[in-house]
Design a protein around this ligand. Structure first.
Ligand code: GCU
Length: 434
């Protein structure tokens, strides 16, 4: 066909599209501190029957109550434990990776007895040394966005074959990783530094568990648990964040079986949507000793009731498959939420949690992230810790590492930087080194 009339036709279609296309109504976003509505945060230490929670034993019960509400109303329900047929194999070990600075292991985990069923690929780096030469290492565990090969330029990492979101910057076209994606997120992982500080660091591509698109929840792990489609799931069924969080617990199962890793000293971390995921994983699975939320924002560390930056309606509209369908009932009704995100952080108590914001990341509401960390404090105090220990939001680049809860806000944009890693490592040195 002659390209000219083709282009003309396309131009006419674009010009007429506002007339014919049913455009969703604009969802307002507030960036004005003066327009934050008055809100009353639900008290983590008042049980559903109105009774005050005054001791650790009563908190155990209250904790289950809160987990139930977050499961039913926000993230959807998580199936218990690991599937019976789950098994794994170490597919490669290189004890002289990164120029001799690390040991690299790759492990494939199948969630059923079948080798053609849902699976994930775990990549682990740890400090060098012969097998069994050291006491088990503390470890960091987190998902990556573009396949394991994105975390370091190491040519020995197996290239992901999984579906992934297109990304022009990283030249991901046709939804598959290319050789060009090696190391594209190396600065977000800082693997050489983490390993040099004595930690193992493990990662999985989040799309192995659930593709980050609507169809994702009905495939792979979603299919294994008969989730159904994003729109037809039962209203309290899990969404992508629930599936990803479950996968972090399965990765921990695998790390726990490795005699070179100390599973009682594992930090789970994540950036942005994967920070939301790390918090939900850490809230549910008490084996995680430290939980790190990097710029997790709405549905993560940020208080929903402030309605600042991304709000519940916006997130449910852009990503209708991330949360339980029940969460949509709070679109433009944040004040009606039975829980808010300070209670999610409180579910981690008395284990360590680190919430981090970036100054220019207003979409994620840095102040809301700080306030949630702060208002988890009473639960930490009940369990014998001070929590964050400050009432006011610290200045940029002035981290507060409290007893149990830490918070920092750095200059710059939505990202994980070596500055963030330095803070996480300092925090880990305090709580994971014994
Ligand atoms: C979008 C989304 C956020 C999310 C972020 C990310 O901006 O609205 O909620 O945290 O993507 O994951 O990078």
């Amino acid at each position: 066909m002659n390209p000219r009339p083709c282009r003309l036709l396309a131009a006419i279609c674009v010009a007429l599209s506002p007339v014919f296309a049913a455009r969703p109504p604009e969802i307002p976003v507030n960036y004005d501190e003066g327009k934050v509505p008055a809100y009353r945060l639900p008290d983590p230490l008042v049980a559903a029957d109105g009774s005050a929670v005054r001791e650790a034993a009563a908190w155990r019960k209250r904790r289950l109550e809160l987990l139930e509400v977050f499961s039913r109303e926000v993230y959807g329900r998580t199936p218990a434990g690991r599937p019976a047929g789950m098994h794994w194999e170490t597919t490669s070990v290189d004890r002289a990776a990164l120029g001799g600075k690390a040991v690299r292991k790759e492990i494939t985990v199948w969630f059923t007895e079948r080798k053609d069923g849902p699976r994930m690929h775990l990549l682990v780096y740890q400090p060098p040394g012969a097998a069994g030469a050291h006491r088990p290492r503390p470890a960091f565990l987190g998902y990556n966005y573009y396949g394991n090969q994105c975390v370091n330029a190491d040519p020995g990492i197996t290239l992901s074959q999984a579906w992934m979101r297109p990304n022009a910057e990283f030249k991901i076209v046709g939804n598959r990783a290319t050789e060009g994606t090696r190391g594209v997120h190396a600065s977000r992982w800082d693997i050489e530094t983490v390993v040099a500080r004595g930690y193992a660091t493990a990662t999985v591509y989040y799309g192995d568990l659930c593709e980050d698109r609507g169809e994702g929840v009905e495939r792979d792990v979603g299919a294994l648990f008969r989730t159904g489609s994003a729109e037809m799931r039962s209203p309290d069924a899990w969404g992508a964040i629930g599936i990803w969080a479950w996968g972090l617990s399965r990765a921990l199962d695998v790390l726990a079986a490795d005699p070179e890793i100390d599973a009682s000293r594992v930090a789970v971390h994540g950036h942005s949507r994967l920070g939301k995921t790390a918090l939900w994983a850490g809230a549910q699975d008490e084996r995680f000793a430290l939980v790190i939320s990097n710029n997790s924002g709405c549905g993560g560390a940020a208080l929903s009731m402030r309605v600042f930056g991304e709000n519940v309606e916006r997130i449910n509209t852009s990503f209708p498959f991330w949360f339980a369908r029940n969460f949509r009932a709070y679109n433009r009704r944040e004040a009606g939420l039975p829980v808010d995100q300070h209670q999610l952080i409180a579910l981690i108590a008395p284990r360590a949690v680190h919430v981090a914001s970036a100054e220019d990341d207003r979409w994620a509401d840095p102040r809301g992230e700080f306030l949630a960390a702060r208002h988890a404090g009473p639960v930490y105090a009940l369990l014998g810790r001070r929590g964050l220990g400050v009432a006011d939001m610290p200045a940029v680049n002035q981290p507060v590492i409290g007893d149990g809860v830490a918070y920092h806000i750095r200059t710059g944009k939505h990202d994980i930087t070596p500055y963030d890693w330095a803070r996480y490592l300092d925090h880990a040195d305090r709580v994971l080194r014994r």
